[in-house]
Design a protein around this ligand. Sequence first.
Ligand code: TRP
Ligand code: SF4
Length: 358
Amino acid sequence: MKLSPWDTIEVKDYSKLFDEFGIQPMFPVFSESYLFRRGIVFGHRDFDKFLEARESGQRVSVLTGIMPSGPMHLGHKMVVDQCVLYQDKGVQTRVLVADVEAMATRGIPEEQARDLAVNEYLLNWVALGLDLKKSDVYAQSNRSVPYYRLAALLSGRVTNAEMTAIYGDLSPAKTVSSLLQSSDILHPQLKEYDGPHNVLVPVGVDQDPHLRLTRGFADKLGLIKPSSTYHRFMSGLDGGKMSSSRPGSYIALNDSTKEALRKVDNALTGGRDTAAEQRKKGGQPERCMVYELLTYHFMPEDKELARIHADCKSGKMLCGECKKILKDRLGAFMDDLRKKREKARPKVKKFTEEMFTC
Ligand code: TRP
Ligand code: SF4
């Protein structure tokens, strides 16, 4: 198995990541969040150290990044929900726009990267609950001299052999992006920022190579190794991988409500060919996108989700009824999100004008 931040990867068996990469299985924590309760956040590195530091009153912070390279979809929402959870717990939260990475590795023009950052990502992040006043939100392209100096210095602390062992073959653009990402994660510990402290990085597991690189740097520089948590990927609505090249495979947050509901109509379910067969054999929620959407986003109530699971398995409930439950919730969510985006637009616009000054 390979973990690569630049290829769309599909993880068939998450438990393999524990033995192969030394990711730790997640332990029970934050029971108020279904992402943690349900094991959607399934693994970590040194998350216990982050919690211990926080409990003993030491400074901690959270940092994650947004790559402005395509539409923001529901697969991106889990990390927002986690950041909002930390923000609400009073943890200093940083969110960066990886516009330099998008320009360098994806060939996205600067103007377009900025437009995506604002209109696809930050507006939705704020609509989903990120408080710009409580968090430090920045663009890689506009950070600071100490941040860039650190990225450049890191280049002297790693060999080609080490880079290849972590990433495989690397283009110069990918090398620069990796060093910049390490600086993203480590620069909050510089004296110009908050000094040495535990920084937690909640990400999809495809980003783990960057964390391995960064942990090595932290050791060499005498900084505290970052902690990280990893969440599962959502599958594509049509059963394949979720991919920005197939709009039918995801629900974009900027989709119209009608479009989103239509995608649910076309989504792959674990239903049987005929109603009679389903009544007899029951459905297969474990391979059903309707069930996955409820689990990841739209049914925080465990009891109600368990009931749907049972009624699906027993054949008591058919897919039409189940889709209706999802569509009611998804429709309300999309309408509400659109209103919140419009409300947030003026302040996000003003904020991002200051964020992209040079
Ligand atoms: N590479 C990340 C992505 O593709 C974006 C990113 C850049 C990031 N710097 C980061 C994520 C620091 C977490 C921490 O999504
Ligand atoms: Fe999926 Fe619901 Fe159909 Fe079961 S009843 S297969 S959970 S849509």
